[in-house]
Design a protein around this ligand. Structure first.
Ligand code: GMT
Length: 386
């Protein structure tokens, strides 16, 4: 298949899923063209050392075994109060469809990508199919905004096929958003070779002392991630156990969260390390991950941590209970239940070897690419046969 992928390039989960899927499809012999405003976060030098940014003007020939990247050619004009990126995306997408005989466009995140893909489909006379993957906040948060809701619902209903990353999100899209659409569920996956426990004790010393438990949180520090709850839970853990907390990522709540750590007098034990592409190098030595989100359609970082043998203490929001097996691989408690999560963390630390093993085993058994990729291929093939 010749597939065009439209995604957000930032460090969030939807761009990561889009990139991992693109790489996996290319490995299976398909041709994949990624279209975004910049090179997606995970399509980085480590994965594609010779990545060159091809220019549409000059033309280029995609090589077998490579994901081709096309930068959205944006432009501004004084009349517009900001660049019209979604329309520029349509233009880039149409060029790619025509030049590379694209069969199918995969839009990640309902707005604006699915709407851009639908306009491109019309512009090429319907000769491509549009598959849209819903990732979470595109439906549960921004998509429900009165300013976007009708457009989001239309984009979902007019797509040739729609997938969601959890059963929770599929149900929510039909019930809360009122979309009339069959939605296939394809969970996030994890490369369990790359994400695995790192047992080298001398490497672990870079992050924590031998007598300290290593705890991680990774997010884009938006309010929905409740990073302040992470600090509160960590403060409670410190009353029982020496520990260190690594806060990975960046976003609007980072500074207020740092302030809370200072107020609670625990800032020396909390390290804000910013956005970091190779999170497996840290998750691999972590004991616990804290993910107390108020909304989480799946929780890719929870899965990646599980694959590394870390025990996840999370909220039970959204699709998290489909990932974290409560009491077995981790604990999923009500949103805001800081005391419950603190107690759960202490219980997990008392049962660490068993729970670590269960977490890793569940990731390999349920969320390996070999389990999830066929689901996407099935959706593509079914859609192309329509
Ligand atoms: O909010 C984020 O975590 C980023 C967001 C995105 O779209 O980039 O992540 C969403 O998609 C991920 C991949 O499918 C899911 O694992 C995350 O749970 C989901 N985030 C939320 O629902 C808050």
């Amino acid at each position: 298949m010749n597939i065009a992928v439209l995604c957000h390039p930032s460090a969030g989960g939807s761009g990561v899923v889009a990139t991992e899927l693109a790489l996996a499809l290319v490995n299976q012999g398909h041709r994949v063209h990624m279209i975004a405003t910049q090179v997606p976060f995970r399509l980085n030098a480590m994965r594609l050392p010779d990545l060159e940014l091809p220019s549409l003007e000059n033309g280029f020939a995609p090589l077998d075994g490579e994901v081709m990247f096309h930068e959205i050619q944006n432009a501004n004009y004084p009349l517009f109060d900001q660049p019209l990126t979604s329309l520029a995306a349509v233009n880039t997408l149409v060029s790619v469809i025509e030049e590379h005989n694209i069969d199918l466009v995969h839009a990640h995140y309902a707005i604006p990508h699915a709407t851009s893909a639908l306009l491109a489909r019309d512009m090429v006379g319907g000769k491509v199919k549009v598959v849209t993957t819903l990732h979470g906040t595109d439906v549960t948060l921004v998509g429900l905004e009165p300013s976007f809701m009708r457009t989001t619902r239309y984009a979902i209903e007019a797509s040739d096929a729609v997938t969601a990353v959890s059963h929770y999100l599929a149900d929510h899209t039909n019930t809360v958003m009122g979309a009339q659409k069959h939605i296939d569920v394809a969970y996030n996956w994890v490369d369990t070779e790359r994400f695995q426990p790192i047992t080298d004790a001398s490497y672990r010393k870079r992050f924590a002392r031998d007598d300290e438990v290593l705890i991680v949180h990774a997010s884009n520090f938006r309010e929905v991630k409740r990073p302040k709850d992470v600090i509160k839970v960590f403060a409670n853990i410190l009353k029982h156990q020496k520990a260190r907390l690594l806060m990975i990522g960046d976003g609007p709540e980072r500074l207020p969260t740092l302030e809370l750590a200072k107020e609670l007098g625990i800032a020396k034990k909390v390290h804000f390390i910013g956005t970091f592409p190779n999170v497996e190098m840290i998750f691999g030595v972590a004991d616990l991950m804290l993910l107390p989100s108020s909304k989480e359609s799946f929780g890719l970082v929870a899965l990646e941590a599980m694959a590394c043998g870390a025990v996840v203490i999370s909220s039970n929001a959204g699709g998290l209970p489909e990932v974290v097996e409560h009491g077995v691989t981790g604990f999923a408690l009500p949103v805001g239940d800081v005391e419950g999560m603190s107690q759960a963390a202490i219980t997990a630390l008392e049962n660490l070897p068993t729970m670590r093993k269960a977490a890793r085993e569940r990731a390999v058994r349920e969320f390996h690419p070999d389990v999830i990729l066929p689901k996407y291929i099935e959706v593509y093939e079914r859609t192309l046969q329509k």
